[in-house]
Write a new protein. Structure first.
Length: 126
């Protein structure tokens, strides 16, 4: 990663970018959205139900997360399906939630059908 090497401190620009990313996740609803999406893809209606928000509010939060490159979407029939675009962001959110919840406080997630977790769904151009 540019700006971090050995014992060097990160550059001011890198620290500012990191603070902005953490600031984006400081919203309870956006954090909840990333938490839900870290478990798998979902459409706006499903997200609204899970996070307890209106369709409009969830859509606005998704737009901000998408602009920041944290989530992306794809069309599936007539609906837009969202997913976490960066597995490291999903991991960071999940680790923090699990740490704060304490051991055994959260139910263990069942293994996904077809293997490991899938966070990205950008088309390969094929």
């Amino acid at each position: 990663m540019a700006g971090v090497s050995g014992s060097d401190d990160p550059s001011a620009e890198l620290l500012q970018a990191a603070a902005a990313s953490f600031g984006l996740l400081a919203s309870t609803m956006r954090l909840h959205i990333v938490w839900v999406l870290s478990q798998g893809e979902a459409d706006v209606g499903t997200l609204a139900e899970r996070v307890g928000g209106t369709l409009q509010a969830v859509s606005q939060h998704l737009a901000k997360l998408k602009l920041a490159g944290m989530v992306s979407n794809r069309r599936e029939g007539r609906r837009q399906v969202y997913g976490v675009d960066d597995p490291q962001v999903a991991t960071l959110v999940r680790l923090m939630i699990e740490k704060l919840a304490g051991p055994g406080a959260l139910p263990q997630q069942p293994p996904r059908a077809g293997g490991g977790e899938v966070y990205r769904f950008r088309s390969s151009g094929a």
